[in-house]
Design a protein around this ligand. Sequence first.
Ligand code: MEV
Length: 304
Amino acid sequence: MITCSAPGKIYLFGEHAVVYGQSAICCAIDIRTRVQAERCDSIVIESVLGRTGIDYDIHPYVSKAIEKMQDHADIEGVKIRIDSNLPVGSGLGSSAAVTVAAIQALNHLFNCNLQLEEIATIGHGIEKEVQGNASPTDTYVSTMGGVVMIPQRRKLQALECTIVIGNTGRFSSTRELVASVARLKIEFPDIIDPILTNIGTMSLIAEEYVSRKEYATLGKLMNVNHGLLDAIGVGSAELSALVYAARSNGALAAKITGAGGGGCMVALSDEPEAQRIAKAISDSGAEVIITRNTHEGVRLETQK
Ligand code: MEV
């Protein structure tokens, strides 16, 4: 039996804009999804959502992962068990983490010898098929860990500050939110295109502040990015309330992370302020997670 795990992520910059080829900076976080895989007579997928075979409604990402891995191995039967500490549909990259962890578990179980770049590429293909349109960001950072600039696929300096996440608990459909930005872009190209370009430019400028660990300056740009996400229609009153609660309690930065709509916001903070920010977010009605950047992407946990 093989167990692999992969991390979730937060965006420092660039969600939505990255779908149109703009640059984004994404950071793997120390919260993981585990996938166990063992040989079996038939195909079985188990999670909190239930026990299925190949099922594109209940377990779309793992079903697709098994389907794609048929190109690399003769998979007649496999039992997959998913356990995740990442809330689903919250913008923390739960779908990328389960996809990448499943591919790596199958890779080990069936001795396919796939390298990390190939795993990220297969994962991206699966996200595109399930979501309609997807950038390589979530699957790449979940595979590689660390802080990465996409589309350049460049690893940046690790982020050495505390990450405080506020989860509205409201399910956010990446597919629908990506489609809503696409509609706005078609309706008002002269307005929306420059906003997306500015978000990409922000990522390029911010790289230097990540390298120099100048988190207060980085934070100013992240706050601007929040405003631009609001402008393209992926904000909500709830997310903004959490963002302002975090900022007025000492956050260096606070913005939406991921697709938006519902889901999560993220704040960066120096360690001493983290608890105060967490309490402010919690008092505003959200679930709080305090975490850090992890350099580890997908990994083999156990092999029996
Ligand atoms: C979702 O985590 C991030 C989006 O930019 C979509 C994508 O990059 O595929 C909204």
